[in-house]
Write a protein that binds this ligand. Structure first.
Ligand SMILES: Cc1cc2nc3c(=O)[nH]c(=O)nc-3n(C[C@H](O)[C@H](O)[C@H](O)COP(=O)(O)O)c2cc1C
Length: 506
């Protein structure tokens, strides 16, 4: 297992040329494992899922090569951003401490200080090494995997960017929306209601026009990350990714769609969806750990009719494995925590010491805020706002507020606070009819299938105030634990003999 607390993490150099150069750097950090000979269906995603779960959602990146049935060099990559070091490498974060909270704080600073950097147009990119069009298009050339046993088929896009352009305003959106492999020349496209890509698609369809789409796989990891983030409407993830890493993303014009495509991506598929043209998609295992969209029934989704495929020689198919948490959501947890923290401060909540959207809750369902209580009602205020602010509102079922002696990234500490400082009768509030989603596993299949739109659903949310009650917080019972001073003395005297490393000893 990797040590998530490594020190002197990060570099300010984000001049990696492309995914391959980035992977060389990851290798030098000791965070890349290459595995040869594993099968693409179930075995490769299964290996990644087991390795990732073993590390609690933090694991080395796994690169699979010599995949049976494919030429050597046609590779699959899992776990791009599932560590503090790889996130720091991608964004050029300089961290003295490699712990999760230092990473959240560094990302907050980056979000505050960054300015948008538009992409830079280039004449040539490695993505042009191979261009298939018309009858030469064959998506089966690439080792798209079947991810989970109950999935309805193979998936071409899980760790990718779907690129489209707003027809009225002209800006370019990127979003990560799964693409099922429908056939040699077609993909499915699953975009939840409210996603920018779906809103844009609806604009084209309402005019009876086709919706042009480019699917980029193995793009700059900063761009792949931006594609999974809720960047405000009207701001292109290209500009956002450039700002995040401090370097412009290089683009060129896609030959079929004329959309800007990443010049050094591994694979770009261009095509179009047409109004009323759908096919059954799924089922596919999802981020909350279930087949919660419509159970095991596939649903009708738009078809991308593929016109062109561009790819680098020996391409790398980047993948993600949504599954029972903790799964591939480390970078999302870090950024969501940073964003909720910012929103709390902007709403005027003082003394916020930390925020963590735990991986056990799929980075959205179980969020923890720590504060230094300043006045009566402070902890409730923090909990209510964290649960309803823009970055926390999507399901966000539980928000737990703890005192600042609790490490929000350690669930054992959070549960200890909940079970010792909080009387459920007085300390838990339930807010009804809040934002949910079709991906919400707590909404029954009956409601999902009977409602006009499965996204027209609500969830209740719990605010758990696990702080000491304000009235007697200054007389709170003393904690029975070895003090830091005694801990240090014992380590000095006995650490070597008893192999105490200081981690988990207190
Ligand atoms: C690995 C991963 C896979 C995702 N798959 C989907 C998906 O299939 N459909 C979807 O609507 N959102 C999916 N999301 C969430 C969106 O990518 C995310 O909400 C993003 O902000 C959407 O971009 P938009 O705000 O431009 O619409 C996924 C997120 C991650 C991290």
């Amino acid at each position: 297992m990797m040590n998530p607390k490594a020190e002197n993490v990060g570099t300010s150099d984000t001049n990696y040329r492309d995914l391959r150069d980035w992977l060389d750097r990851v290798d030098r950090l000791g965070e890349l494992t290459t595995i040869r000979g594993a099968n693409r269906d179930l075995e490769i995603p299964g290996i990644w899922e087991i390795v990732s779960r073993q590390g609690g959602g933090i694991a080395p990146a796994l690169l699979f090569d010599e995949i049976p049935g494919f030429p050597a060099g046609f590779r699959i990559l899992f776990g791009e951003l599932e560590s503090v070091r790889r996130l720091a490498l991608t964004l050029g974060l300089k961290l003295n401490q490699g712990d999760i909270l230092s990473c959240v704080k560094a990302c907050r600073t980056r979000l505050k200080e960054m300015t948008l950097i538009p992409p830079q147009k280039v004449e040539y990119g490695k993505i042009l090494e191979n261009v298939d069009s018309g009858s030469n298009v064959d998506l089966n050339k690439f080792p798209a995997p079947k991810h989970h046993e109950k999935d309805g088929g193979r998936y071409f896009g899980t760790g990718h960017c779907v690129i489209t352009q707003d027809p009225d305003e002209g800006w370019v959106n990127l979003g990560t929306y799964r693409c099922m492999l429908f056939g040699k020349q077609s993909l499915g496209l699953h975009m939840s209601a409210g996603r920018d890509g779906r809103t844009i698609m609806n604009k084209y369809f309402s005019r009876g026009e086709p919706y042009k789409v480019a699917v980029a796989i193995g793009a700059d990891p900063a761009l792949s990350l931006a594609s999974t983030m809720t960047v405000p409407w009207g701001i292109s993830e290209y500009d956002f990714a450039g700002g995040l890493k401090g370097n412009a993303i290089e683009i060129l014009e896609g030959p079929y769609t004329k959309l800007p495509i990443p010049a050094s991506a591994e694979i770009v598929v261009e095509g179009e969806c047409r109004p009323g043209d759908t096919q059954l998609e799924g089922p596919f295992g999802e981020w909350a750990g279930y087949y919660a969209n419509c159970g095991l029934s596939p649903v009708q989704e738009p078809i991308i009719h593929v016109k062109t495929v561009l790819y680098r020689s020996k391409p790398i198919l980047t993948c993600a494995q949504p599954a029972k948490p903790p799964s591939d959501l480390f970078a999302q947890s870090v950024f969501r925590s940073a964003l909720i923290w910012d929103e709390l401060e902007k709403a005027g909540v003082p003394n916020v010491r930390a925020v963590w959207c735990d991986l056990a809750g799929g980075s959205r369902l179980f969020n923890v805020v720590s504060i230094k209580q300043a006045y009566p009602g402070h902890s409730r205020q923090a909990g209510m706002i964290a649960s309803q602010c823009g970055s926390g509102v999507y399901i966000g079922r539980y928000t737990v507020v703890v005192d600042d002696d609790i490490d929000v990234t350690d669930l054992k500490e959070v549960i200890w606070a909940m079970s010792t400082r909080c009387d459920p009768e007085k300390s838990i509030d339930v807010i009804r009819r809040c934002r949910s989603s079709s991906a919400d596993p707590a909404i029954s299949p009956d409601v999902k299938t009977s409602s006009h739109n499965p996204d027209d659903t609500f969830t209740a949310k719990a605010i758990v105030d696990a702080c000491w009650p304000y009235e007697w917080k200054d007389r709170a019972f003393p904690v029975a634990q070895v003090s830091p001073e005694l801990h240090r003395l014992i380590l000095e005297r006995w650490g070597r003999e008893l192999k105490l490393n200081g981690h988990g000893a207190r």
